[in-house]
Design a protein around this ligand. Structure first.
Ligand code: PMP
Length: 286
């Protein structure tokens, strides 16, 4: 049984409890982060901690823990649950006021709820999906307009994943005004003539921590990067396509809406980026 963290306590998962009045439960009034673990160490922890600060700030939510303490909790959970490869999930909600109300509760009397748990994922780095590549479908992006805040309102992305499954694919790329925003839980990229193309940052997409690292490593390796939007037609005509996220790292996309991308197998640039990302971030892991 897992040991999880809830509001200052490490508990067996079946003893961990939060209130039915918690605004995370009632209103999806919460933010989260997912940090991957390789070799028992946290990948890109600082990036996730900084984005958490930003998400909390954008929602006027108090930061309940100081930064070193948060790192300590992550490490303690990895240790207690003996995670070599896997994830640490963190969620902070606005807490549980005395009653349900649309107005935010007084932060003096309602303190945030903090929950962390681990997910054991042996084989995360050597995933068979990375060898084969994944298939995506395109769907209209019907999420709210502040996708740069990492909130727990994940119903539409979840529906998108089910639409993909129903179509025999692995994931969906969302499209707005004719341009790809991102995947249901990842950032989307194409490669054309050795240039890596991915949507520019804005409120329309989550600012992926893996995205930032991969683009930095790509530039350090003298690869060309263009941050701009692209269409599904352009992606189908690209040499390669891939996604990034904390839990998939760099994952090749080999089919979009039934059309093969390039040779229909994972391409060399995505494979190289995956290797560089895994090597470099392992070196920087804490
Ligand atoms: N976009 C969305 C919508 C996501 O949910 C995620 C992962 N949570 C990402 C992008 C990738 O972000 P990261 O690299 O920080 O995991």
């Amino acid at each position: 049984m897992r040991t999880v963290y809830v509001n200052g306590e490490y508990l067996p998962e079946n003893e961990a409890k939060i209130s039915i009045f918690d605004r995370g439960f009632l209103m999806a009034d919460g933010v989260y982060e997912v940090t991957s673990v390789l070799d028992g160490k946290l990948i890109d922890f600082d990036g996730h901690a900084r984005r958490l600060e930003r998400s909390l700030g954008e929602l006027d939510m108090q930061h309940p823990e100081d930064l070193p303490n948060l790192l300590e909790i992550h490490r303690e959970l990895v240790r207690l649950n003996e995670i070599e490869e896997g994830l640490v999930y963190l969620q902070i909600t606005r807490g549980a006021p005395a009653d349900r109300d649309f107005a935010f509760p007084d932060p003096e009397t309602t303190t945030p709820t903090v929950v962390l748990f681990t997910q054991n994922k042996p084989g995360l780095a050597n995933s068979p999906a990375a060898q084969k590549g994944i298939k995506v479908i395109s769907i209209e992006d019907q999420r709210w307009a502040r996708r740069d805040i990492k909130t727990v309102q994940l119903l539409f992305p979840s529906m998108g994943k089910m639409m993909a499954k129903a179509a025999g694919a692995d994931d969906a790329w969302m499209v707005e005004d004719g341009a790809v925003t991102e995947g249901t839980s990842n950032n989307a990229y194409i490669i054309k003539n050795n240039t890596i193309i991915t949507r520019h940052l804005g409120n329309e997409i989550l600012h992926g921590i893996t995205r930032a690292a991969v683009l930095r490593f790509a530039q350090e390796a003298q690869m060309k990067v263009e941050e701009r939007s692209f269409t599904i037609a352009e992606a189908q005509d690209a040499d390669e396509a891939f996604i990034t996220s904390a839990s998939t790292f760099v994952m090749p996309v080999v089919e979009i809406d039934g059309t093969s991308v390039g040779a229909g197998t994972p391409g060399p640039v995505a494979a190289r980026l995956r290797e560089i990302y895994l090597d470099e971030s392992r070196k920087l892991a804490v």
